[in-house]
Design a protein around this ligand. Structure first.
Ligand SMILES: Cc1cc2nc3c(=O)[nH]c(=O)nc-3n(C[C@H](O)[C@H](O)[C@H](O)COP(=O)(O)OP(=O)(O)OC[C@H]3O[C@@H](n4cnc5c(N)ncnc54)[C@H](O)[C@@H]3O)c2cc1C
Length: 429
């Protein structure tokens, strides 16, 4: 039996690995090219930034062909990785059990969370590797009663050189990304074809029979006995939409907004991003230099990287986005989102002030990179882990299945949900 897995990010690589280890013939189709980190080439960006010639965030798509940005509204930029390893390659390496809304549908991923954490090896970055301002902000947040805690990380602290550039790819291999699962997959006989964008699912007699794939200017049909879509919150929705299959207009993105202040010689970039976090209702607060805002957001331009200090708010946003058949996204920041972000930003600023960080305090760009919710599981779907709207032999194994936004890191959730799906596919076969 041949199974096609579409996408090689947190969801796709986890499913593909599990299926090949259970003896299946698995073929991964990946739209992007093999990932190459950019970290070593970013130094030249800094001088350009001062002049403003970097332009808008779209420039990052040109600096790195693996990073895709799209504006879903005037203010909101959505970011994802289109490459082997998907968005995990440009992640900050945080590994948190995010399960907002899963209890309500009766989905308990505790077993899968534990297994994946053991496979990857998760631990915080030791406090003595944090920059002094970050330590002071942690203590300040503690005094404010926010109960911060060190962030569990999929980063080998020994190999990490604290370049602070996890989001453009780890040059030392310290940070886990799902290419490690892909390597196991290939070592066990799995096959992957890159630069192969799946356009649609071929459905015959209400069963998935394969996919239509674009290869350069031409397209080809790849036949399969089962198809697993793991192309991410946007990619999976785009494929379903062009296949005339149902998609829900409930994309969420975990909107991020970073407050920037300044402190001479803070050099916050010389530590891993987000080494601690404080969890509030609906959002987290965490120390973070927002590279997107630093490079492309005019209000951030006047301060050097050396002196910039940032604290982010990551919000569980309203799930209101729509993806069309071309992958275009429409999603607005709602009044409720804005209200919660403002509350978080005010705390972020107070935390910075406890560490002597000074203004002018400037907001960064609204952005979101945790994309899910477009094929949400309902309670009745959980035993089979398959939305009942899909034809037979078509599965989804990524964040698209998760009904609610998290306001927390989401790689572990995508991988855990995908592991559960893969095991059910095996059982059913
Ligand atoms: C800057 C940034 C930092 C982040 N940091 C963290 C973090 O520290 N911790 C954390 O937990 N989460 C983080 N995230 C989020 C996390 O990376 C994602 O939530 C997670 O990777 C989602 O997994 P997925 O499998 O749903 O999608 P993805 O990992 O995005 O994988 C989708 C895959 O499908 C491929 N694809 C898309 N369309 C097609 C198509 N038509 N045909 C074939 N292939 C296709 C893509 O190329 C990609 O390989 C971050 C996100 C961003 C943007």
């Amino acid at each position: 039996m041949r199974i096609v897995v579409v996408g090689s990010g947190a969801g796709g690589a986890t499913a593909a690995r599990e299926l090949v280890l259970k003896g299946h013939d698995v073929f991964v189709l990946e739209a992007g090219r093999p990932f190459k980190p950019l970290s070593r080439r970013v130094r030249w960006v800094e001088p350009l930034r001062w002049t403003g010639v970097l332009g808008t965030e779209r420039t990052i798509d040109k600096i790195s062909s693996h990073i895709r940005t799209t504006r879903s509204s005037r203010d909101l930029v959505l970011v994802r990785g289109v490459t082997t390893g998907g968005t995990t390659t440009i992640s900050c390496g945080n590994m948190v059990r995010a399960e907002n809304g899963l209890k309500e549908i009766g989905l308990d991923l505790v077993q899968e969370f534990g297994e994946i954490e053991d496979m990857i090896g998760v631990a915080p970055i030791p406090r003595d590797r944090w920059r002094p301002a970050t330590r002071k902000m942690f203590d300040g947040a503690e005094k404010m009663g926010l109960r911060p805690s060190p962030t569990p990380k999929a980063v080998d602290a020994e190999k990490c050189v604290a370049c602070g550039l996890c989001e453009v790819g780890c040059a030392t291999g310290a940070k886990w990304d799902s290419r490690r699962f892909l390597a196991d997959f290939i070592a066990n006989g799995g096959k992957i074809q890159t630069e192969s964008k799946v356009r649609k699912v071929i459905v015959e007699k209400n069963r998935a029979a394969g996919v239509l794939v674009a290869r350069g200017q031409s397209s080809e049909v790849v036949h399969a006995d089962a198809v697993i879509l793991a192309a991410g919150g946007i990619g999976t929705a785009e494929i379903l939409r062009s296949s005339d299959l149902p998609v829900s207009d409930t994309l969420w993105a975990d909107i991020v907004l970073t407050m920037g202040g300044q402190l001479e010689g803070a050099r916050q970039l010389e530590e891993a991003p987000m080494v601690w976090y404080a969890k509030r209702d609906d959002y987290i607060i965490s120390p973070y230099i927002d590279i997107l805002s630093h490079w492309f957001h005019k209000p951030w331009r006047g301060v050097s990287m050396e002196d910039r200090v940032g604290v982010m708010v990551k919000l569980a946003d309203v799930a209101n986005g729509r993806v069309d058949a071309e992958g275009r996204v429409t999603k607005e920041v709602t009044a409720r989102d804005r209200e919660r972000l403002d509350e978080g930003l005010s705390l972020a600023r107070s935390i910075m002030e406890t560490a002597g960080v000074k203004g002018p305090f400037v907001e960064g760009m609204l952005n979101g990179g945790h994309l899910g919710g477009t094929v949400p599981l309902a309670k009745g779907d959980v035993p089979l882990m398959r939305p009942s709207t899909l034809p037979e032999d078509l599965w989804v194994a990524d964040l698209s299945l998760v009904p609610k936004s998290q306001g927390l890191p989401t790689m572990l959730t995508a991988a855990a949900i995908s592991l559960r799906v893969a095991r059910i596919v095996v059982e059913r076969r």
